[in-house]
Every structure is written in C-alpha cells, then in structure tokens.
Design a protein around this ligand. Structure first.
Ligand code: SF4
Length: 212
C-alpha cells in the first residue's frame, strides 16, 4: 500500500496529460510530453497545482493507455516524457515506467523527494521543500536540484540541500527558481547566482509564455 492508499499501480490518478515545452530547469525549452499525476500531501503554500492535491477526484487511467499517448506525442516531436504532479512518488511508479519504456522516450521525474524512489528514470528533478525535506536516497539519485526562492532563508536551505547531496556522493546541477511573481525572490536569486557560479537561474518560461 502506498501513501495514496492504493496498491494497484497498473492504473494511476491522472490530472492531465499534455504535449508542450518543458518550462523549467536544465531541459527548459525542449519538447516534452507531460503526465501530471493526482495526489499531494506536501502542502506548499505557494503551490500552483493545488487542484492536484486530492488524488481521489482524478480519474484513474491505465498505464498502457498513458504509454499509447506518449507514443503519439513522440511521433509529434516530444523529446522526453515528464512525470509530474502533485507528488508522483506518492504512487509506486514501476508499472508506469515499464509501460513508458516501450515508447523509446527518456523518462523524467519531478519530485519533492518525500517518498521512496520507485520506477526507473533518465533524469530526476528534485525540488526540496523546507517544511518537508527530502529523503537522502532522492538527494543521492537526483540529476538537478531545483530550489524555489521567496526569501533569504530559502538560499540557506538551498546550500544545505546542495551540501546534503554532496554528503551522499552526488553533485547534481544546482538551480534557483524565484517564486512566480515574487520580486524579492527574483532579486535574491539573480544576485546569488551572480556571485555563486555553481548555481544557475531557472525561470518558469511556460508561465511567461502563457502555455501549459
Ligand atoms: S510538492 Fe509540488 S504539488 Fe505538492 S504542494 Fe508542493 S508544490 Fe504543490
């Protein structure tokens, strides 16, 4: 049984699927197929997908059906598939990843890292939250560490997470992402990246462009 209360991983609650451009992180600007899973109990106050929180209101879809959609997106130009949420790791993702492997698209995961890793991914974006720090196993497995910045204490937390990743033998790409519409967060992030070259800025390009 997983955190979402269901052990059937051949179907998962899906908020939406769509083919767009990845808006954030190191792969920003690339064509991607997104699967947004329902369910999240992390409770970030600034969350822009609060509609995803209750898993039960989102219809369960068969992983084979999602793989069919991903295959169609690949034919239309998607370069990779992104599993996002919600918090996707509230669910066991092995069956979904197994089904998606048949599409030939690399699999990306976006997670806060509060649950154990399941499934197999080519790229893991870990976005740790101060009020619910990630598991060490996710810090060890992630390829990019993306921290949302609203105030100066977020910068201290970002450095603590980078140190925690190093402590478990990982050196992921380090990104600061200003909270959407948060002017202090934007100024702090720009100033910090200017003087700390191991970090780079991540902007939410999809919101700027008004696309999903
Ligand atoms: S972990 Fe993500 S989906 Fe969940 S509340 Fe935080 S920002 Fe929202």
């Amino acid at each position: 049984m997983n955190a979402a209360g269901c052990s059937d991983s051949t179907s998962l609650p899906v908020v939406e699927t769509f083919h767009s451009l990845q808006g954030e992180g190191l792969h920003a600007g690339r064509s991607a197929f997104f699967i947004r899973l329902g369910g999240c109990n992390v409770g970030c106050s600034w969350c822009d997908t609060k509609h995803s929180w209750p898993a039960a209101v989102h219809p369960r879809r068969a992983v084979a059906d999602l793989a069919r959609e991903a295959r169609a997106a690949a034919a239309a130009g998607a370069a990779f598939t992104v599993i996002t949420g919600g918090e996707p790791l509230h669910h066991p993702l092995d069956q979904l990843c197994k089904a998606l492997q048949s599409t030939g698209l690399p699999l990306h995961l976006e997670t806060s890292g509060v649950d154990p890793l399941s499934g197999a991914f080519h790229w893991i974006t870990l976005s740790p939250k101060r009020h619910r720090p990630p598991l060490p196993a996710l810090l060890a497995a992630c390829h990019e560490l993306k921290l949302v910045v609203h105030d100066a204490s977020d910068l201290a937390f970002a450095e603590a997470m980078a140190e925690a990743a190093r402590a478990v033998g990982n050196q992921p790409h380090l990104l600061l992402q200003p909270g959407w519409g948060n002017q202090p967060g934007q100024e702090l992030s720009v100033a910090y990246v200017k003087s700390h070259p191991t970090w780079r800025l991540s902007l939410q390009n999809h919101k700027q462009l008004g696309v999903r």
